[in-house]
Design a protein around this ligand. Structure first.
Ligand code: SF4
Ligand code: SF4
Length: 433
């Protein structure tokens, strides 16, 4: 179905695929995997219930009501239900599309509408502007205002999400994109040439992680090309129901990266990787099928890539740490990359690996879910932290900036000693200078 075909009570622009909702046979296999169903016990907040809502709108048995809107945004889009579903129903993606519908049925008013358009269409599409916008936050930290705010009662006076957003902010450093050389040569014998897709949150919040990603890749024998003109992958726009801007970003990144002669396009952000692999579906009407398929085949999460190529072990230093691994939903459920990070972690000499119970259960971050539904996000996170505690690990490895922010904030809040590290930071500890 085209993204402008009319389906029942949906608007023609970006309606879900009727075939997708018809596939649900109501077996309920997905129910135990859904964090929002576990929290509420409510059928409508389960994958099966959400698909039934979408089907009722498609079959004109229900208008696109406020309840449908609520469920579209209350879904974490964690895709755990897709992994569990024997019929291949993609309830998370159906809800993601319903968010776009929600903005058509319930458009924001005045300031909210202008602000949303500015963030999604101006700031996130312009890397220079996005990087400049972080300057006040860096000054806030550097000038000691953050210290004053945190030691006052100020944050208790505002809405809960503001306190949480402030508390989640890591120590900020200048963004990595302008600092990274366009080409970093391989160290030792060259095994290949890769492009690096540097996600917005990684360059702004975790520049050191991506610096380690490039360092690890080059030490593993790969020349790394990082095109400066790259833009946001469009994942935040999908999350917020702006599929049109995602398509325009997708065209830009597709043309830019496909003009490079590289073996793979590597990312260290699970959310970006999942969005990039979805370009083929998003742009299916553009008609560039061969190019889109070739692009998708080249997109690799860094752990997927290194596991495929085989980790070069000679010279690696031991990392004598007890380590566990939290699986980002957009890596294990959306991309099916689950075994590879564990294999890499366990290949590092000295590592004492402990498997995390419910490793692929969402951490409650889910883009803006953690700020929109602070209470529910906290409950989901508490379950994760209990499992982390039981491992006795010193390092909690993950592979997505959203999970990183949420887990680091949660550990600090309850006074747990574990340090959150990205998988390339762990590999970086083992990589010689
Ligand atoms: S979404 Fe899949 S697992 Fe869930 S009830 Fe429908 S068919 Fe069964
Ligand atoms: S994507 Fe996650 S939260 Fe949404 S319905 Fe599926 S399991 Fe539940």
């Amino acid at each position: 179905m085209s993204h402008t075909d009319k389906l029942g009570n949906f608007t023609p622009e970006d309606a879900p695929d009727y075939g997708d909702v018809l596939q649900c046979m109501r077996c309920g296999f997905c129910l135990p995997t859904c964090p929002t169903f576990a929290l509420t016990g409510r059928e409508r907040s389960s994958p099966r219930g959400r698909v039934a809502l979408a089907r009722a709108v498609a079959e004109q048995k229900l208008e696109f009501t406020e309840s449908v809107r609520e469920e579209a945004f209350f879904c974490l889009d964690c895709r755990a239900c897709t992994t569990a579903c024997p019929s291949g129903v993609r309830a998370g993606e159906v809800m993601e599309i319903c968010r776009s519908q929600a903005h058509q049925f319930f458009p924001l008013k005045h300031v909210g509408k202008t602000f949303r358009a500015f963030v999604l269409q101006k700031m996130l599409t312009n890397p220079d502007l996005l990087e400049t916008s972080m300057l006040p936050a860096r000054l806030y930290q550097k000038l000691g205002i953050q210290w004053l705010v945190r030691h006052s009662q100020l944050l208790k006076l505002g809405p809960e999400w503001v306190a949480k957003a402030e508390g989640m902010m890591p120590e900020l450093h200048p963004p990595l994109r302008p600092q990274l050389p366009e080409v970093v040569p391989a160290v030792g014998e060259q095994r290949g040439r890769v492009a690096f897709f540097l996600g917005c949150i990684m360059t702004l919040m975790y520049p050191e992680v991506s610096r380690q990603t490039v360092r690890v890749l080059t030490h593993q024998g790969f020349e790394v090309v990082t095109p400066k003109e790259q833009k946001c992958c469009g994942a935040p726009h999908l999350t917020e129901g702006d599929r049109c801007t995602t398509r325009s970003l997708a065209h830009h990144n597709l043309d830019l990266f496909m003009a490079l002669e590289v073996d793979a396009i590597v990312t260290d952000c699970a959310g970006c990787g999942a969005a990039l692999k979805e370009y083929e579906e998003l742009l299916e009407e553009a008609g560039e099928h061969a190019k889109l398929a070739a692009f998708k085949a080249k997109i690799k999460d860094v752990s997927e890539f290194l596991a495929e190529q085989g980790l070069r072990l000679e010279g690696l230093r031991p990392v004598d740490k007890v380590v566990t691994y939290h699986e980002p939903c957009h890596l294990c459920h959306a991309q099916g990359v689950s075994r590879q990070p564990r294999d890499l972690i366990q290949a590092i000499p000295g590592v004492d690996y402990r498997e995390l119970n419910e490793a692929s259960w969402c951490c409650g971050s889910a883009a803006t879910f953690s700020l929109k539904y602070t209470g529910e996000s906290q409950q989901i996170l508490d379950r994760k932290l209990e499992n982390v505690m039981a491992t006795g690990a010193e390092l909690l490895v993950t592979a997505n900036p959203g999970c990183h922010l949420q887990l680091a904030w949660g550990l600090k809040r309850v006074g747990m000693p574990q340090q959150v590290v990205h998988i390339t930071e762990l590999l970086g500890m083992a990589t010689p200078d």
